[in-house]
Design a protein. Structure first.
Length: 383
DNA sequence: GATCCACGGGAATACACGGATG
DNA sequence: CATCCGTGTATTCCCGTGGATC
């Protein structure tokens, strides 16, 4: 640490200034109101929903692109902007004439398939978004909920439902969304996923391709760190992270977030090279986005938190015992959960040398496939 | 009483390996 | 030498139960 940095640190310490002034700006799971550098994709999306501006339901559509290309950032921004725009005026999209005061208008609804995993959830959350009335969370059948959604849509102005994160393990597929909304009048939907349309059956004809980021990742890091840090992120470091991330904005932001966590916990007032290295090292290549982990059930998240404090390089069996001892779950259940998490890609089974018995199938160990420090930090914040 | 869903528990299946068999 | 078999684990799959909600 050179003298000027010492002085700077002392000054900041005295003034109570912290490295991170806004964690939310660095949060790789959160999106800005105005995504950086995706203007042409925005235009293509607006073309896809263009009939809306003539008060006509647009055809269903499919938005697709690789991991970390900003699909979620774009569609969340678009959905809320469109909904706000359309809430300002009544529409005549629906043929129904019943005049209801507050929710008699067209809605644009954003659904996260990571959280709306069943057909029940899809209806529940959609209905909740288009009505002011209380929508039951359980105790009522899926059919009943669909009927209620149908009549609500008929009396209001209809809806465009954007369903993000399609085709992930344990989540609904594009065809599940089609089946859910096909029987309903007054709904168009936009599916969002990674799968190329040629690998899907019965894809909507309207498609928007979101290509991977390229040079824009540096800009994203610059904008985010500008909002989140009290000291400018060195451009060299931004370039280093972007280069490593190879166009995946999620991974780049996770690395930046981790670097900030390390630097902050060391009391540093700026992000240094070592922080960047550590931040990058904690994000697995071709890993799973942190939000998928945050969307898991409370029990699963607890297991993953405890897993972080567990010994590495040991068998699943031993890991499960250790976690079970610190939770109120049985080791059998923990073991099953760990296996399930491995099946969905959140953990990966690895070869392990310890504990190999003479006979029988070889045990394996497990390794997280997501950015652990990011998850742990966000998990704490969101509790 | 109905409904959805998370848990727990355990049955069924897959795999590894040494030894037997063709 | 290639396959099959038996035994012991690891892993997957499935279903009943109970909490929470309406």
């Amino acid at each position: 640490m050179d003298l000027s940095e010492r002085i700077e640190r002392r000054r900041l310490h005295r003034s109570g200034e912290r490295l991170v002034v806004n964690w939310e700006a660095l949060n790789p799971v959160a999106h800005l109101d105005e995504p950086v550098g995706r203007e042409s994709v925005f235009e293509a999306l607006l073309d896809a929903v263009d009939p809306l501006f003539d008060n006509v339901l647009p055809p269903n559509a499919y938005v697709w692109g690789p991991a970390g290309s900003g699909k979620s950032a774009i569609v969340t921004a678009l959905a809320s902007a469109l909904d706000a725009e359309l809430s300002g005026r009544r529409t005549t999209i629906s043929t129904a004439t019943r005049a209801e005061s507050s929710f008699d208008r067209f809605h644009v609804v954003y659904l996260d398939a990571r959280r709306a995993t069943s057909q029940f959830q899809i209806y529940q959350r959609t209905l909740d978004a288009v009505t002011d009335a209380n929508v039951p969370e359980s105790g009522v059948g899926t059919t009943q909920l669909r009927e209620r959604l149908e009549s609500t849509l008929a009396s209001s102005g209809g809806a465009l439902v954007v369903v993000d994160h399609l085709g992930e393990p344990n989540g609904p597929s594009l065809s599940a969304v089609r089946e859910a909304f096909e029987p309903l009048d007054g709904v168009s939907w936009v599916g969002v996923g990674r799968t190329p349309p040629e690998d899907l059956a019965a894809v909507p004809a309207t498609q928007v391709h979101v290509p991977a980021y390229n040079y824009e990742v540096v800009d994203i890091l610059t904008v985010r760190s500008g909002l989140g840090l009290s000291n400018r992120l060195d451009h060299r470091h931004a370039r280093q992270i972007a280069e490593w991330a190879g166009g995946n904005a999620h991974d780049a932001l996770a690395a930046l977030f981790n670097a900030a966590v390390v630097a902050d916990s060391n009391g540093a007032t700026r992000i240094r090279s070592d922080d960047v290295e550590a931040g990058i090292a904690a994000v697995p290549r071709d890993g799973v986005p942190v939000d998928r982990v945050l969307a898991l059930s409370e029990t699963e998240r607890r297991v993953l938190e405890l897993l972080d404090a567990t010994e590495r390089e040991t068998t699943i069996d031993a890991t499960a015992e250790e976690i079970a001892a610190r939770s109120n779950l049985t080791s059998g259940t923990v073991k099953r959960l760990l296996y399930e998490l491995a099946q969905t890609g959140i953990l990966e089974r690895i070869q392990v040398t310890v504990g190999r018995e003479a006979a029988g199938r070889h045990p394996s160990g497990i390794e997280p496939q997501f950015s652990v420090p990011t998850f742990v930090r966000l998990q704490e914040r969101y509790q």
